[in-house]
Design a protein around this ligand. Structure first.
Ligand SMILES: C[S@@+](CC[C@H](N)C(=O)[O-])C[C@H]1O[C@@H](n2cnc3c(N)ncnc32)[C@H](O)[C@@H]1O
Length: 234
């Protein structure tokens, strides 16, 4: 197996605007019947189509991201700028992924383009309706308890080298202010290793009386990334 200690096999230019589809979110977060969900916040949603597809199903989802100050064309442009690095990373680090779910790198790229297209088609109308909100952790522009569930996909823990421990704890506390429950996936970093921020973050939240547990999910792409973090406000 290649030694990746000196040179990361899967390196990306910053936090990339790379979005996933509703069915992928459902797997990451163990969502069975989405009709049972109350108001959901998708934070760090980027060009994911989770909110767009949820809206088509009449589900109340708000997506938030610092990118939402930009028009759809600029977000699309940023996505296109990262395709080369993502493709190269997937190839170089192919051994670090379980391909059972996606099958191939081409299928991953196809899904990302589908998500982007669904997102872009919904974005301007959704922004006017307040379903896409420009916002950045660790401070959110939503009232206390506005959501029953907040989802964080491919941001916290994954980018733990760029976002420090204090940012993680402050962000998770802020999410528990605006939502009764918070789910985060994945919990490995870009090197495919367990995030060093996770044990301390769980301890800090439990110390404030919140519930923090690791829950198995029916999905694996990064090898070993088979659990989500579930937090409940107490
Ligand atoms: C890798 S993308 C993941 C998109 C989506 N959640 C998904 O999994 O398909 C990470 C997103 O986090 C956003 N982001 C970066 N810093 C953030 C912050 N401080 N607060 C909220 N979102 C942030 C980026 O703009 C980007 O769209």
């Amino acid at each position: 197996m290649p030694d990746t200690r000196d040179k990361p096999a899967f390196d990306l230019p910053g936090i990339v605007p790379w979005g996933r589809r509703f069915s992928e979110y459902a797997a990451f977060f163990g969502i069975g019947d989405p009709r049972e969900l109350g108001p959901v916040l998708d934070i760090g949603a980027g060009p994911s189509s989770f909110a767009a597809e949820a809206h088509a199903l009449h589900l109340p989802v708000v997506a938030a991201d610092p990118l939402y100050g930009l028009p759809a064309e600029d977000i699309t442009h940023r996505f296109e700028e990262t395709v080369g690095a993502m493709r190269a990373g997937l190839r170089r680090a192919a051994y670090r992924f379980n391909w059972a779910h996606y099958g191939s790198e081409e299928n991953v790229l196809r899904l990302r383009r589908e998500a982007l297209a669904l997102f872009a088609a919904d974005y301007e109308t959704g922004k006017r309706d307040g379903r896409y909100v420009e916002a950045a952790l660790p401070v959110l522009p939503f009232p206390d308890g506005a959501f029953s569930l907040a989802l964080v996909s491919h941001l916290l823990f994954l980018y733990g080298d760029r976002l420090d421990f204090r940012f993680h704890v402050a962000s998770l506390k802020e999410l528990l202010r605006v939502a009764e429950e918070v789910r985060v996936f994945p919990l490995l970093n870009l090197d495919g290793l367990p995030s060093s921020h996770l044990p301390g973050a769980m301890k800090a939240l439990r110390a404030e009386g919140h519930e923090a547990e690791l829950v198995e999910v029916p999905f694996e792409f990064q090898r070993g990334a088979t659990r989500m973090l579930r937090l409940r406000r107490r």
